[in-house]
Design a protein around this ligand. Sequence first.
Ligand SMILES: C[S@@+](CC[C@H](N)C(=O)[O-])C[C@H]1O[C@@H](n2cnc3c(N)ncnc32)[C@H](O)[C@@H]1O
Length: 329
Amino acid sequence: MRKKNYKIVSLFSGCGGMDLGSEGGFEYLGEKYKRLNTEIVYAMDFDEAICNIYNSNFPNTCHVADIRHLKSKNIQKHNILTGGFPCQSFSVVAQNPKRLGYKDDRGKLFFEMCRILKEKKPSAFVAENVKGILSANKGEAFPLIIKEFEKTGYHVKHNILNAVDFGVPQKRERVFIVGFKNKKHYNKFKFPSPLRRNKNVPLSKVVIPDCEVDEKYFFSDKAINGLLKTKHLESMNKGRVQKLDEPCNTVGAHLAKVSLNSTDPVLRTNGRYRMFTPREVARIQSFPDNFKLSGSRTTNYKALGNAVAPVVMWHLMKNIIDAMESGQL
Ligand SMILES: C[S@@+](CC[C@H](N)C(=O)[O-])C[C@H]1O[C@@H](n2cnc3c(N)ncnc32)[C@H](O)[C@@H]1O
C-alpha cells in the first residue's frame, strides 16, 4: 500500500465508524467511497468487547485503555486527532467569567481530548457529539467547549451534519467540531454540503426480508396485546414504528432494550412488530455489509448506535484533507 500522508489518532474509537469514514475505501448502497490519503496509527477505547469489533475490521489495533490514564508519550506523532467524546454533563458553575466544570467523572473526558491536543499539537482535529450538547446547561456549555478548544491553539468551526443529507437512510443530526492549527487551512475548510443528487434514501433499501430474520427479533403477540390494552394502535405506532418509504429515526445505543413501550424505532412488517437486527442497524448507520460484527447483541447495538455514520465522516474528512492540501499552495 502507498504511504499515506495524513496520520490519524482516534480517541474513543468505539467500533470505528469515524475511523472507517476517515480512511474510506468501502462501498455502501452501490456508491464507492474511495480510499483517502489517511492512515489510522493509533486507536483506543475502554470497552474491550467493542474494541474486539474494531479489531476484526481494521489492520491497526484498538487499544483497550482508559483515556484518563493515557500518556501522550505513548501515542505516535500524527496530523489529525479524532474523537467522539462521550456526551457529558457539564456544569457551568456560576462564576465570572463563566468556565466549564464537570458534574460527574465522565465530564472530564472532553478535557482529556484537549490535553492530548495540547501535548501532541496535530495540525487538525475533529470532535463529534450529540446535538443536545448545543443546548446543554441552557446553552452555556457549548461556547465554553469551543473556547477550551481554541485555548489549546486551534482555529475552530462547528456545524450540524445530518446523515440523511449524505445518502444514508437515517435522520441523525450530530455536531462536528473541526479545528486547524494553521489559519489558511481553517479558511479553506468548508463543512460538506448536503448532497442534492438524490432524494432521501428510504429505510426499505436496508431492511432484511422477514423470512431471513430470526424469530427472537419479533415481539410476541402477548407483548403486543398487552400494550394494545393500554394504548391505541395509532399512538403505539407513533414515533416508533418506522415508515419503510422514509429514512429511519435516529438509532441509539440501547436497541438491545427496545420494547414497544419505548420510543426507540421498531419495524412493522407483514402485520408483525419486530426490532432491527444488528446488521440492519449497521446498514442504517452506513456500514458496508463486509463490516464484521462480533460479540453479544447488546455490544453490537451499543457500538453501532454510538458510531458516527462512516459515510458522513468520509465526506467530512475529505474536506479536511482538501483544505489542508489547498491551504499549502
Ligand atoms: C460515542 S462513542 C464513540 C463512537 C466512535 N466515534 C465511532 O464512530 O464508532 C464513545 C466511546 O467512548 C468510550 N469511552 C467512554 N469513556 C471512556 C474512557 N474513559 N476512556 C476511553 N474510552 C471511553 C465508550 O466505550 C464509547 O465506545
